[in-house]
Design a protein around this ligand. Structure first.
Ligand code: ATP
Ligand code: MG
Length: 436
C-alpha cells in the first residue's frame, strides 16, 4: 500500500479525551474514530489489526474443535424472558421495539440464542459434544464507557458455547478451551494469567478470567510467578494429552486483590508476584442453568431425556487491540508484535523528489510484494523527520530507509522497531532477511 493513497488520518498532538496510552495511540495512529460514547468506526489500519487478531482467535477455536456460526446482533426478547435474564440484565441491555411493537434487543451475549438453536436441532447424545462459536459485535450500555475500545459499548467478541452429556465431559471441554485460550494469547505475544473467577450473572461453578499484564489494568492481581513464564505452554500443543498440565496450571495460585489474603497465601513470598491486569477473556462452565430454563434436552444412552451441560467462552477481540498496545509501546508509539502487525514493513523513501531514489524504492516495493510481504510504502514528499516519526507511531515491525547516499553504496538501512537496532544491507539481502 502506498501511503500517499492510504486513508491514515494520523494526529501529531495528543487528543485530550484519551486517558490511557492505548486510546491515545489508537487515535493518533488513525486506527479508530469515535462516533458516540463507546462506539467507534474502525479505519483501515485499525481494522487490519482487528482482523489479524480475529484470524488467530479463529484458528485456535477451530483447532480446539469448535465450529464457526454467525448469529445476529438483534435478538427477540422472548428467549431472554424464558431464561429469566430479560429483567435481570438491567440497563446494560439496549432494548429495541420494532414496528410491530415486538420487543427486541441488541445482543450483549448469546447463551439464550445458541441454546435455542441447539434445542431445535440436537436431540441425541450421539450428536454431542457440540461446540459452536461466532465472532460478532455485542452491545452493552456500560455505565462508564472509557479508555477507547478497552471498555466500549459496542465491541467485538468471540463467544463459544459448549454442550455435553455429563459433567465430566463438560469439564474436558472446559479444559480444551482453557488450553485454546492460553495458546491464543501466546500467539498474540501476550502473557495471560488465568485467574479463577466468580461466575456472577451467568451462573455456575467453574470459571477463569484471562488477564494480561499492563500498568493501566483495572484489576490488581497476585499470582504464582510460574504462571507468568508459562513454560508448560509448549507441552499443551497436544490437546488430547494435556490432562496433567492443565491440572497443574489450574492449581497454581492467582487471585484478584479483593480475594487475596496475604496471611493465608499458599505461595512463598519469593514466588509471589503482583501486577495490574486487563481482562481479555473469560470462560465459564455453568452446568444446566440455560438447558433447564429453556428445555435443551437430549436422549441419553438409556433413552432418558436429560438436560445438557453447558459452558460459554468469551474473548474480547476489539479490547485485545488496545490491550496489545498497552503491552507493546514506547514513547514514540506502538510496537506491533509480528503476529498481528497491520503491515510487516514500512518502506521510507527519503527523497521522493529524486527520480533514482524513487525508482529504487519502487523496485524494493515490488520485490517485497512479490515475496508475499505486506509493505506500507511512504512515497510522500514529506521531510524525513516527519516520516520517521510517523513510522515509529504506527509501529510496523521493520522499517526500510532508502536514501541517495546509501544507494550510491548499494545499501539500504533496515531498522527493527522493537529494539531500534539498525543494519545496512543490500536490497537482495534485505528481501531474504524479511522473508525469513
Ligand atoms: P468486564 O468485567 O471487563 O466488564 P465481563 O466480565 O463483563 O468484563 P464477559 O461477559 O466475560 O465480560 O465478556 C467476555 C469478554 O469480552 C471479556 O473478557 C472482555 O475481554 C470483553 N468485554 C466485555 N465487556 C467489554 C466492553 N465493554 N468493551 C470491550 N470488551 C469487553
Ligand atoms: Mg462487564
Amino acid at each position: 500500500m502506498r501511503l500517499s493513497r492510504y486513508f491514515l488520518p494520523t494526529l501529531k498532538e495528543n487528543p485530550s479525551e484519551a486517558q490511557i496510552t492505548s486510546h491515545r495511540l489508537m487515535l493518533r495512529a488513525g486506527m479508530i474514530r469515535q462516533s458516540s460514547a463507546g462506539i467507534y468506526s474502525w479505519l483501515p489500519l485499525g481494522l487490519k489489526v482487528l482482523r489479524n487478531i480475529e484470524k488467530i482467535v479463529r484458528e485456535e477455536q477451530d483447532r480446539a474443535g469448535a465450529q464457526e456460526i454467525l448469529m445476529p446482533t438483534i435478538q427477540p426478547a422472548e428467549i431472554w424472558q424464558e431464561s429469566g435474564r430479560y429483567d435481570a440484565y438491567g440497563k446494560e441491555m439496549l432494548r429495541i421495539t420494532d414496528r410491530h411493537e415486538r420487543e427486541m434487543l441488541y445482543g450483549p451475549t448469546n447463551e439464550e440464542m445458541v441454546t435455542d438453536i441447539f434445542r431445535h436441532n440436537i436431540k441425541s447424545y450421539k450428536q454431542l459434544p457440540a461446540l459452536l462459536y461466532h465472532i460478532q459485535w455485542k452491545f452493552r450500555d456500560e455505565i462508564r464507557p472509557r479508555f477507547g475500545v478497552m471498555r466500549g459499548r459496542e465491541f467485538l467478541m468471540k463467544d463459544a458455547y459448549s454442550f455435553d452429556i455429563d459433567k465430566e465431559r463438560a469439564r474436558d471441554t472446559y479444559n480444551r478451551m482453557y488450553v485454546a485460550y492460553l495458546r491464543t494469547f501466546a500467539r498474540l505475544g501476550l502473557v495471560a494469567i488465568p485467574v479463577r473467577a466468580d461466575t456472577g450473572a451467568i451462573g455456575g461453578d467453574l470459571s477463569h478470567e484471562f488477564q494480561i499484564l499492563a500498568e493501566t489494568g483495572e484489576s490488581t492481581l497476585y499470582y504464582d510467578k510460574a504462571l507468568e513464564t508459562q513454560e508448560m505452554l509448549e507441552k499443551l500443543a497436544d490437546l488430547e494429552n494435556n490432562e496433567g498440565i492443565v491440572e497443574k496450571l489450574q492449581s497454581l495460585y492467582a487471585a484478584e486483590e479483593e480475594k487475596h489474603d496475604p496471611d493465608n497465601c499458599p505461595v512463598a513470598p519469593e514466588n509471589l508476584k503482583t501486577a495490574k491486569g486487563v481482562e481479555v477473556g473469560h470462560i465459564f462452565n455453568f452446568g444446566q442453568k440455560y438447558s433447564a430454563s429453556m428445555g435443551a434436552r437430549v436422549l441419553d444412552q438409556d433413552g432418558q431425556q436429560v438436560e445438557v451441560e453447558m459452558g460459554s467462552y468469551g474473548i474480547g477481540v476489539s479490547r485485545l487491540v488496545a490491550a496489545l498496545i498497552e503491552a507493546n509501546h514506547d514513547e514514540d508509539g506502538i510496537i506491533w508484535p509480528q503476529s498481528v502487525a497491520p503491515y510487516q514493513v514500512g518502506l521510507i523513501n527519503l527523497q521522493a523528489k529524486n527520480a533514482e531514489c524513487t525508482k529504487a524504492c519502487d523496485d524494493i516495493y515490488k520485490k517485497l510484494q512479490e515475496a508475499g510481504i505486506e509493505v506500507l510504502y511512504d512515497d510522500r514528499t514529506e521531510r524525513p523527520g516527519a516520516k520517521f516519526a510517523n513510522m515509529d507511531l504506527i509501529g510496523l515491525p521493520w522499517q526500510l530507509i532508502v536514501g541517495p547516499k546509501g544507494l550510491e553504496k548499494g545499501i539500504v538501512e533496515v531498522k527493527e522497531r522493537a529494539t531500534g537496532e539498525r543494519q545496512e544491507l543490500s536490497v537482495d539481502a534485505i528481501v531474504d532477511k524479511l522473508k525469513a
